[in-house]
Design a protein around this ligand. Structure first.
Ligand code: ADP
Length: 476
């Protein structure tokens, strides 16, 4: 089975969030679990470390675009453990950031077209083109119309995975014609409330749909969480599955992690204390190792529950805990973190910005409690990373957080974290207090840590489920 995975980001080439981790790990997992010939296609960004590339394999890929022929290059890499092809189109991707430009829709539409040209140039058609998020909506739409007229793609089927329904890629419908989407049916698929919406076209025209947890697959069919597209997801619910993301345990493993101060595992957690010392030093906090460290790493956006953090932070500090935060995003939350730090520099450690991988690993290893009070969370990865590092997650019961975190039950000794349902600061605080109450009893705490460290969230199970979906879609 040949599968081409199209993505706008993948570790280690480029990452802004969870999609980067997933796209970096899935092709390797598919190869290992089911012997699928999976490859990755993504843009070559200015940020991408050129040392990861083996070389340029094509320098003259022809892409029809805006009535002209453009020539682009393609670079090859195996840095993810699977073949990756990086489309080198400087006009659109030689820019400092990955997203955030007014022509993002054109950038990723161009990328989609170039990716389909590349697959054609490779000779034998893929069985499945697996797209991700709105950036792949264009490829889903293009394949839908092209396979009726282009024999090369006649048997290729498509799957679109939604990693976050709130990001939809809306743009001016007047641009559709210039981008080559002229057929009536295709234009209708893009149109929603007078705008052109790339994600909508993808959801409408892909042969199958998936999202990144079972719970989120249900939530996005409701008005509250459907971001205007719930009706479409309800209409296509027979084509929609929820597959919880895995963790790449080659990257996130406290027994081998090159970024952390000492190694540890479920049987011997002594190294974690060294990691905590390292974390406190890194943030210039006093080395009071018995005080709990409550940490958070996330994009600073409302989705991640930063309003609750803002309301609860004072009370969390009153418990005597340290608070450590890593994040970048909205200015109001950056300002809040900075002022929290200025108010209690001996108790609060803050890094504002995108720190890359090493600091995120050091925080996971050194913290005791990890907060994820998200408004919604399609899957969430940090709760699973936390568990593997013996850091106990406190989460809101939504999306993938609800699927992967089990409330600790004192009587049974079961569970790997603490979760609350209501989106409110007092509910978050209730769970933080419960966690810190258990932290004060070392035997109980060790039990929770070990329950989390032994949870199996590896990619193997998820990869097998993707293969089931690929098989099903190939029979369509
Ligand atoms: P999302 O995809 O919504 O951002 P996830 O929990 O699925 O949320 O994935 C977030 C990923 O991004 C994690 O690997 C996390 O460590 C990383 N991350 C988020 N913000 C930062 C930051 N400021 N610096 C470094 N890594 C970050």
């Amino acid at each position: 089975m040949r599968v081409a995975i199209l993505t706008s980001e993948a570790v280690p080439f480029a990452k802004t969030g969870g999609l980067g981790d997933v796209a970096g790990a899935l092709p390797k997992a598919l190869r290992a679990a089911a012997d699928v010939d999976a490859s990755l296609v993504l843009p070559l960004y200015e940020k991408t470390d050129r040392a990861l590339l083996r070389g340029q394999i094509i320098d003259n890929l022809e892409v029809e675009w805006g009535g002209h022929r453009h020539l682009v290059g393609v670079w090859y890499s195996e840095a993810t453990g699977a073949p990756s092809f990086l489309i080198d189109a400087p006009r659109y991707f030689a820019r400092p950031e990955i997203y955030g430009y007014s022509d993002d829709h054109q950038r990723f539409a161009f990328f989609s077209r170039a990716a389909l040209e590349l697959l054609k140039r490779q000779g034998s058609p893929p069985d499945v083109v697996h797209g991700n998020d709105w950036q792949s909506g264009f490829a889903m739409a293009e394949l839908h119309s092209r396979r009726g007229i282009d024999p090369f793609y006649a048997r290729t089927r498509t799957l679109l995975s939604v990693h976050n329904l709130a990001y939809q890629g809306a743009f001016d419908p007047a641009d559709l014609a210039r981008m080559g989407f002229t057929r009536r049916e295709t234009r209708d698929a893009f149109t929603q409330d007078g705008a052109a919406v790339a994600l909508k076209a993808g959801l409408m025209l892909a042969d199958a749909l998936s999202t990144v947890s079972r719970r989120y697959a249900e939530e996005i069919q409701t008005r509250e969480q459907g971001y205007g597209l719930d009706w479409l997801l309800r209409m296509r619910r027979d084509r929609l599955v929820g597959i919880t993301n895995g963790v790449d345990y080659e990257v996130w493993n406290p027994a081998t992690d090159p970024h952390i101060a000492a190694h540890f595992g479920a049987d011997d957690l002594s190294g974690k204390r060294e990691c905590k010392r390292d974390l406190l030093r890194r943030f210039h906090l006093p080395e009071e190792l018995d005080r709990p460290v409550v940490a958070i790493i996330s994009r600073l956006v409302a989705q991640k529950g930063y309003d609750l953090i803002r309301q609860a932070a004072g009370k969390i500090l009153e418990t005597g805990a340290f608070f450590v935060a890593l994040g970048a995003g909205a200015k109001e939350y950056e300002d809040f973190l900075q002022s929290l730090h200025d108010h209690a520099p001996q108790r609060v450690g803050v890094y504002i910005g995108y720190a890359g991988e090493p600091l995120a690993h050091r925080i996971e290893a050194g913290a005791d409690v990890f907060l994820m009070p998200s408004q919604y969370e399609p899957c969430g990865l940090n709760q699973m990373y936390s568990m593997r590092y013996g850091t106990v997650p406190v989460v809101r019961a939504t999306g993938g957080l609800d699927d992967t975190v089990e409330n600790f039950d004192r009587a049974k000794g079961s569970g790997n974290g603490f979760k609350f349902a209501r989106y409110a600061a007092d509910a978050l605080l209730g769970s933080v207090y419960e966690a810190l109450y258990c932290y004060a009893e070392p035997d109980v705490w060790l039990r929770i840590q070990r329950n989390g460290m032994r949870a199996d969230n590896s990619w193997a199970a998820a990869a097998r489920r993707y293969v089931e979906v690929y098989n099903a879609v190939m029979r369509m």
